[in-house]
Design a protein around this ligand. Sequence first.
Ligand code: SF4
Length: 92
Amino acid sequence: MAIDHSRAATSDWHRRAACVGQDPEIFFPLADTLAPGADAQAALAVCRRCPVLLACRSWAISHGEDAGIWGATTAAQRRAVHRAAVESGAPR
Ligand code: SF4
């Protein structure tokens, strides 16, 4: 079972996701809030071979997805990217 991309249903990138058929639990490591990325290696390995990594990451950042691994990023990393974009005035 893939992670739930139902909220990303406005585009079809999720249909080509490498996480289809993977254990969804690996995309929500419990240690993420304590040490970002520490327990995320299994999910990150899947993301790094995913053909839609950039679309996934962009969607997660632009939609404020605040849990789990999306586009080879942790929630903490996405928050940092979002903060940097806000501070620089870059379009999000
Ligand atoms: S980048 Fe990772 S979370 Fe996103 S669709 Fe691909 S495998 Fe799934």
